[in-house]
Design a protein around this ligand. Structure first.
Ligand code: C2O
Ligand code: CU
Length: 434
């Protein structure tokens, strides 16, 4: 039997005990930003005072489905202002959560609603975008998962948050967030790092999806995963056309990496160090999955956003400043094209749908993770070929990276280093589209 839309609406209206079509398809969530205490270090009995959402760090995982309207009501129960940014989502500008550019600061004890329809499935996250070095370091972050319209063939779907914290011996955060030495160098770093994930049961033979999110303010994690074998299937939410083999994984602040892997032993996540490794987390296997049949790992459904054609404009954006970086024209520690901090006017204005090639040149002695709001862009390889589709790109010290972006989302969009110390130290600007 098939039903047309009118019949379906009539049926669901008649069955009043069931949730209405409206609420079944409309995903509404409440987030309360508030001070919390949490056990950050497993096995120790101290509790760390942090900030969180709905009593927890990380904030609750918001799960929705691609193409479905999402509404999040954010309550600010802090004694300071805040704003929530939905990192990586191509959303309407007014929903982007950037104080002074797309909204006012959300004052204490007020509620603000954000509404948008995520156009792409994938792994995203939300975080404070007000005083963000400090508020992210203190815990105002959470995962935002946009599920594909069709079921992905995995036994478990596990979100893994990577972060680091600077703590004293009592497990309390050391609040030297904006210490100027770290701002001018690689940024505020923790003395303790961890991979946080739900204690889901995994079995030998399971096929699992791992969603890695680096929520650290400044730390780049080189990772080694043991006990599993498989492929990278997405970067920054966006499906790779062809799943990719991996050995080590480098994940810069704000970046995401999705993997589909087969479990052969306890899942272990290590951070690679110059001389060894640091264990970030471990998920032991329990029993065996005998149902799972061996099959190739397939690509996730890809973004509906068309690949851009050749650029109608080329630009250069030069990262400058910092320690050992030499002189630059900005009046803060870092600058982009000799301008520090948010200029009154956009650094560039684009027509809607303009395709632009931007050469990101890093003249500094430190790596930077450049993030563009409201858009994804293609990384171009050395031969100018179109590579991965990302919202945050890591550029090595004194290196460069070309990107190709179709500016199809009207509004005022930030472009900044996601090493939040560098952003605080001036490495931020904005572009205007349309
Ligand atoms: Cu993740 Cu400007 O943000
Ligand atoms: Cu940086």
């Amino acid at each position: 039997m098939t039903m047309d839309r009118r019949q379906f609406l009539a049926t669901s209206a008649a069955a009043t005990i069931l949730p209405s079509l409206g609420s079944a398809k409309y995903y509404e969530h409440n987030l309360v930003a508030e001070p919390i205490v949490t056990s950050l270090v497993p096995g120790y009995d101290f509790k760390t005072e942090m900030l969180g959402f709905n009593g927890s760090f990380p904030g609750p995982e918001i799960r929705t489905q691609v193409g479905q309207p999402l509404k999040v009501n954010v309550r600010n129960n802090l004694d300071e202002g805040t704003a929530v940014h939905w990192h990586g989502i191509r959303l309407p500008n007014a929903m982007d959560g950037v104080p002074m550019l797309t909204q006012d600061i959300q004052e204490p004890y007020t509620t603000k609603s954000y509404e948008f329809v995520p156009p792409d499935a994938g792994t995203y996250w939300y975080h404070s975008h007000y005083n963000s070095l400090e508020q992210v370091a203190r815990g105002l972050i959470g995962p935002l998962i946009v599920e594909e319209a069709s079921q992905i063939d995995v036994d478990e779907d596990i979100t893994i948050i990577l972060s680091d914290w600077l703590m004293n011996n009592d497990g309390q955060l050391i609040e030297e967030f904006s210490d100027m030495h770290s701002v001018a160098h690689a940024g505020f770093m923790g003395n303790y790092a961890r991979a946080i994930f739900p204690q889901t049961k995994i079995h030998m033979g399971d096929r699992v999806r791992l969603r890695l999110i680096n929520s650290a303010t400044n730390r780049i994690f080189p990772l080694k995963l043991s006990g599993v074998e498989g492929k990278i299937v997405a970067f920054d939410g966006m499906a790779l056309e062809t799943p990719r083999d991996f050995e080590d994984i480098i994940i810069a602040p704000a970046q995401r990496v999705d993997l589909i892997v087969d479990v052969s032993d306890n899942l272990i996540i290590d951070q690679l160090l110059r001389d060894g490794f640091f264990r970030l987390g471990e998920l032991p296997i329990e029993g065996e999955n005998l149902q799972r049949k061996v099959s190739p790992i397939e690509a996730l459904p890809k973004s509906t956003k068309p690949k851009p054609s050749s650029p109608n404009r080329e630009l250069e954006l030069v990262m400058m400043g910092g320690a050992m970086g030499g002189a630059h024209g900005g009046d803060n520690i870092w600058s982009l094209n000799n301008v520090s901090d948010m200029p009154a006017q956009p650094c560039e204005t684009f027509d809607k749908n303009e395709t632009v090639k931007i050469k990101l040149v890093n003249q500094t002695a430190f790596p930077h993770a450049m993030h563009l709001h409201g858009h994804h862009f293609y990384e171009l390889n050395d031969n100018g070929e179109v590579g991965d589709f990302r919202d945050t790109t890591l550029i090595g010290a004194r290196g460069s990276q070309d990107i190709l972006c179709c500016f199809d989302n009207p509004g005022n969009w930030m472009l900044h280093c996601h090493m939040l110390s560098h952003s605080m130290g001036g490495m931020k600007t904005w572009v205007k589209v349309g």
